[in-house]
Design a protein around this ligand. Structure first.
Ligand code: SF4
Length: 74
Protein backbone atom coordinates (compact mmCIF):
# COMPACT_ATOMS: atom_id res chain seq x y z
CA UNK A 1 0.00 0.00 0.00
CA UNK A 2 1.33 3.43 -0.91
CA UNK A 3 1.65 6.09 1.71
CA UNK A 4 -0.18 9.33 1.08
CA UNK A 5 2.14 12.02 -0.21
CA UNK A 6 4.56 9.61 -1.83
CA UNK A 7 3.58 10.52 -5.40
CA UNK A 8 6.68 11.06 -7.52
CA UNK A 9 7.41 14.68 -8.24
CA UNK A 10 10.16 16.90 -9.51
CA UNK A 11 11.46 20.05 -7.90
CA UNK A 12 14.30 22.45 -8.61
CA UNK A 13 16.64 23.96 -6.05
CA UNK A 14 16.51 27.56 -7.24
CA UNK A 15 19.53 28.44 -5.12
CA UNK A 16 21.59 26.11 -7.30
CA UNK A 17 19.86 26.58 -10.66
CA UNK A 18 21.90 28.69 -13.09
CA UNK A 19 19.21 28.71 -15.80
CA UNK A 20 21.26 26.82 -18.34
CA UNK A 21 18.04 25.36 -19.72
CA UNK A 22 19.48 21.93 -20.36
CA UNK A 23 16.72 20.34 -18.33
CA UNK A 24 14.12 21.98 -20.58
CA UNK A 25 15.83 20.54 -23.65
CA UNK A 26 15.98 17.04 -22.21
CA UNK A 27 12.62 17.11 -20.43
CA UNK A 28 10.31 19.38 -22.45
CA UNK A 29 7.22 17.81 -20.90
CA UNK A 30 8.37 18.96 -17.47
CA UNK A 31 10.25 22.23 -17.91
CA UNK A 32 10.21 25.31 -20.06
CA UNK A 33 12.70 28.16 -20.07
CA UNK A 34 10.40 31.15 -20.41
CA UNK A 35 10.98 34.33 -22.37
CA UNK A 36 11.18 35.99 -18.98
CA UNK A 37 14.39 34.04 -18.45
CA UNK A 38 12.89 31.95 -15.67
CA UNK A 39 12.48 28.23 -15.48
CA UNK A 40 8.83 27.17 -15.46
CA UNK A 41 7.35 23.81 -14.58
CA UNK A 42 4.96 22.26 -17.05
CA UNK A 43 4.20 19.65 -14.45
CA UNK A 44 5.58 18.72 -11.07
CA UNK A 45 3.70 15.52 -10.34
CA UNK A 46 5.18 12.75 -12.45
CA UNK A 47 3.16 10.12 -14.25
CA UNK A 48 4.77 6.86 -15.31
CA UNK A 49 5.48 8.34 -18.75
CA UNK A 50 7.34 11.29 -17.22
CA UNK A 51 9.92 9.40 -15.19
CA UNK A 52 12.40 8.97 -18.05
CA UNK A 53 12.47 12.72 -18.71
CA UNK A 54 12.71 13.55 -15.02
CA UNK A 55 15.64 11.20 -14.50
CA UNK A 56 17.35 12.53 -17.63
CA UNK A 57 16.95 16.12 -16.42
CA UNK A 58 18.42 15.25 -13.02
CA UNK A 59 21.38 13.59 -14.71
CA UNK A 60 22.19 16.36 -17.16
CA UNK A 61 21.73 19.37 -14.88
CA UNK A 62 25.26 20.70 -14.38
CA UNK A 63 24.22 22.40 -11.14
CA UNK A 64 22.61 19.25 -9.73
CA UNK A 65 19.55 21.39 -9.09
CA UNK A 66 16.89 18.95 -10.30
CA UNK A 67 15.58 16.91 -7.40
CA UNK A 68 13.26 13.93 -7.65
CA UNK A 69 11.11 13.05 -4.66
CA UNK A 70 8.54 10.48 -3.72
CA UNK A 71 8.10 6.90 -4.85
CA UNK A 72 9.95 6.65 -8.17
CA UNK A 73 9.38 2.91 -8.56
CA UNK A 74 5.86 3.42 -9.88
S1 SF4 B 1 19.56 22.31 -16.23
FE1 SF4 B 1 19.72 22.70 -14.00
S2 SF4 B 1 20.70 24.68 -13.86
FE2 SF4 B 1 19.88 24.49 -15.93
S3 SF4 B 1 17.84 25.40 -15.90
FE3 SF4 B 1 17.63 23.21 -15.51
S4 SF4 B 1 17.63 23.04 -13.29
FE4 SF4 B 1 18.49 25.02 -13.76
Amino acid sequence: MKRPGSAPRVTVDHDRCELYGICAADAPRLFELGQDGRLHFRKRLLGADDLDQAIAAARVCPAQAVVLRGDLDG
